[in-house]
Design a protein around this ligand. Structure first.
Ligand SMILES: Cc1cc2nc3c(=O)[nH]c(=O)nc-3n(C[C@H](O)[C@H](O)[C@H](O)COP(=O)(O)OP(=O)(O)OC[C@H]3O[C@@H](n4cnc5c(N)ncnc54)[C@H](O)[C@@H]3O)c2cc1C
Length: 476
C-alpha cells in the first residue's frame, strides 16, 4: 500500500555496489536518518557512502506523516518528574533546534518540499484528561518551549468538540520524499546492497534482487559477477531503523516496535487544508494534518505483533470507522502503515553503538518522532565523527543509564520477549521469527506474520518486510 508521499514522488534508481572497497565512513540505511547523516558528514568534508538494502527511503520514512515538532505527546511533565528538569530541557531544546535545522537546510539548498510553519496541538476530547494537558502546557512552557494551554480548539478544524489542547507555536510539516529527492543526488548511495554482517571495520554486503524490477540486471539474478563484497570502513553508522546485530549493543533488550496507520481522505466535508497539526492523547487518539489537498488521518496504534485487545480497536479498521463517523462522504485516496522503535525512557538512542566499538554509531528508538530525531542523529553523529562536541550528545547517548521511567517498560518488554520465545520454542519453524526465535502472530488486516517481541514482519511467503530480522542468508 503506497503512501501519499510515494504516490506523488518517484525517486531515481541507484546501482548496487560491486567489488571490495575502502571508505572513510559508511552509513548503513538510506532512510531519513541515514541520508541526513551522510549529507552532514559530506558537508563537513568527510568521505561517505550510503548502503541501502532495498530502495532509498523505502523503509519507514516513506510511510511517515512528516510532522516536524518538539511536541511528542504527553512527555515533558513526566520527563521532568522522572529524569529531571535539565534532561527534559535538553530534549526539548534539541527537538526545537532540529525543526530549525530543517528550515535552514531547506533554505540553504533551495529545496521545495512543502515545508510550512504552523502550530501543533495536543488535544483531548475527554474532560477527565484536561488536567493532564494543563500540566503538560505548564511543564513545556517552564522548559522554554513556545507552549500554552487552550480551553478549546478555537479554530474548530477538527470534526469533534475538543475539551482542551496544548498549543506549541511555530512547528512545521513537510513532504519527506521531496526533501530526499533533492538531497539524494548530492550523495553516493548504493541501492539493493544489503549489509550481512559487520565485524570491527569489515562490512560484508550482498547485492540483492530488486523486488520492483525482477528482470533487472542488478541483483541476485545477475550471475556474471560476485554477489557479495567487503568494505573496509573507518566508521560505520547503523541507520537501519532497528540495529540488526544482536551483539554488541543488545538493542533487542532496550526497545520494542509499535505500528500505526494512516488514511488520506478527500471529498465533501473533508478539509483540504488545516492550519495546524493535531495529535490526540489517550487510547484511540487521532492524528491530523493536511498534505497535497488531502486530510491525513492517523492512529490505530498497537504494539507490532500484538492482537487487538477487547478494550480497544486498532489498525485500518479502527481508522476507517472513525473516518466513516466524522467524514461520512470521504473517499479514501491512500492508506499506509509504518512502525517505530520505542525505547524504555522515550528518548532515542543516538551516538556510539557500543563502548566496545568506538567507531560504530547508531540512530534508533525514534518513538514515532523520527523526523526531528533523524535530524538530531545527523547533527550529533556527524559532529562526533568530526571530533566536535555536540551539546545534545549526552542526552541521547545509547550508553546512558536506565532511568526510573525506563525500568517498568524494560520489565514489560522482557516479559513479552520471554513469552514470545517460549511460544516460539514450542511452535513450528514456519511461525518462528528468524531474528531470535519468537513465535510470530498472523496479522489478517495486513496479511503478514508479525513478531510481538521485537517487531520484525514477514509477508505470506516469509520474505522479511520489516527488521530487525534480516533475509535468510544474513548472519551476525
Ligand atoms: C505511522 C507513523 C507516522 C509517523 N509520523 C511521524 C511524524 O509525523 N513526525 C515524526 O517526527 N516522526 C514520525 N514517525 C516516525 C518516523 O517516520 C520514523 O522514525 C523515521 O521515518 C525513521 O527513519 P529511519 O531513517 O530511522 O528508518 P527507515 O526509513 O526505516 O530507514 C532505514 C533503512 O535502512 C535500510 N536497512 C535496514 N537494514 C539494512 C541492511 N542490513 N543493509 C542495508 N540497509 C538496511 C532499510 O531498507 C531502510 O531503508 C512516524 C512513524 C509512524 C509509524
Amino acid at each position: 500500500m503506497q503512501s501519499l508521499w510515494s504516490k506523488t514522488i518517484q525517486l531515481p534508481r541507484r546501482e548496487s555496489l560491486q567489488g571490495d572497497i575502502s571508505v572513510e565512513n559508511v552509513v548503513i540505511g538510506a532512510g531519513l536518518a541515514g541520508l541526513l547523516t551522510a549529507y552532514f558528514l559530506q558537508k563537513k568534508g568527510k568521505q561517505v557512502i550510503v548502503l541501502e538494502a532495498a530502495r532509498i527511503a523505502g523503509g519507514q520514512t516513506q510511510n511517515t506523516t512528516a510532522k516536524l515538532t518538539s511536541q511528542h505527546g504527553l512527555i515533558y511533565d513526566e520527563m521532568i518528574k522522572k529524569a529531571g528538569k535539565d534532561r527534559a530541557m535538553g530534549y526539548a531544546m534539541a527537538n526545537e533546534s532540529a525543526v530549525n535545522a530543517y528550515e535552514k537546510l531547506i533554505k540553504e539548498e533551495g529545496i521545495s518540499c512543502d515545508f510550512e510553519r504552523l502550530p501543533s496541538f495536543l488535544y483531548t476530547t475527554n474532560p477527565s484528561e484536561v488536567h493532564k494537558l494543563r500540566q503538560e502546557a505548564q511543564a513545556a512552557a517552564a522548559l522554554g518551549l513556545p507552549a500554552h494551554f487552550m480551553e478549546q480548539d478555537g479554530k474548530k478544524e477538527l470534526p469533534f468538540a475538543v475539551e482542551g489542547a496544548v498549543c506549541f507555536e511555530n512547528q512545521a510539516q513537510f513532504h519527506p520524499l521531496k526533501l530526499i529527492q533533492a538531497l539524494a543526488p548530492k550523495l553516493t548511495i548504493y541501492e539493493n546492497t544489503n549489509v550481512l554482517s559487520v565485524k570491527q571495520h569489515r562490512i560484508i554486503y550482498q547485492r540483492t534482487a530488486d523486488r520492483e524490477q525482477p528482470d533487472s540486471k542488478e541483483g541476485l539474478d545477475n550471475s556474471s559477477s560476485r554477489k557479495t563484497g567487503v568494505i573496509t570502513a573507518g566508521n560505520s553508522v547503523f541507520a537501519t531503523h532497528y540495529p540488526f546485530l544482536i551483539i554488541p549493543g543488545f538493542y533487542f533488550l532496550r526497545q520494542h516496535q509499535e505500528r500505526s496507520y494512516v488514511l488520506a481522505l478527500e471529498g465533501d466535508g473533508v478539509p483540504r487544508r488545516l492550519s495546524g497539526i493535531y495529535y490526540g492523547i489517550g487510547q484511540g487518539g487521532l492524528s491530523f494534518r493536511s498534505a497535497e489537498g488531502k486530510l491525513l488521518l492517523g492512529g490505530g496504534s498497537r504494539r507490532t505483533g500484538k492482537k487487538e485487545c477487547a478494550c480497544a480497536e486498532t489498525g485500518y479498521s479502527y481508522l476507517r470507522k472513525q473516518a466513516q463517523t466524522y467524514y461520512p462522504k470521504a473517499q479514501e485516496k491512500a492508506c499506509w502503515a509504518a512502525q517505530d522503535c520505542m525505547t524504555h525512557d522515550r528518548i532515542p538512542f543516538i551516538g556510539k553503538y557500543s563502548v566496545f566499538r568506538p567507531y560504530w554509531y547508531t540512530a534508533t528508538g525514534f518513538g514515532k518522532w523520527g523526523m526531528t530525531a533523524s535530524m538530531l542523529a545527523a547533527l550529533i553523529i556527524s559532529d562526533m565523527i568530526c571530533g566536535s562536541l555536540n551539546p545534545y550528545q549526552g542526552i541521547f547517548s545509547p550508553q546512558r543509564f536506565l532511568l526510573r521511567a525506563g525500568i517498568k517498560n524494560f520489565l514489560i518488554d522482557a516479559g513479552e520477549s520471554a513469552a514470545g520465545l517460549t511460544k516460539g520454542f514450542f511452535g513450528g519453524k514456519q511461525t518462528r521469527c528468524t531474528h531470535m526465535g519468537c513465535r510470530l502472530t498472523w496479522n489478517e488486516e495486513e496479511r503478514s506474520w508479525d513478531c510481538p517481541c521485537h517487531g520484525s514482519r514477514y509477508d505470506e511467503k516469509k520474505n522479511v518486510l520489516d527488521n530487525p530480522a534480516q533475509p535468510e542468508s544474513s548472519t551476525n
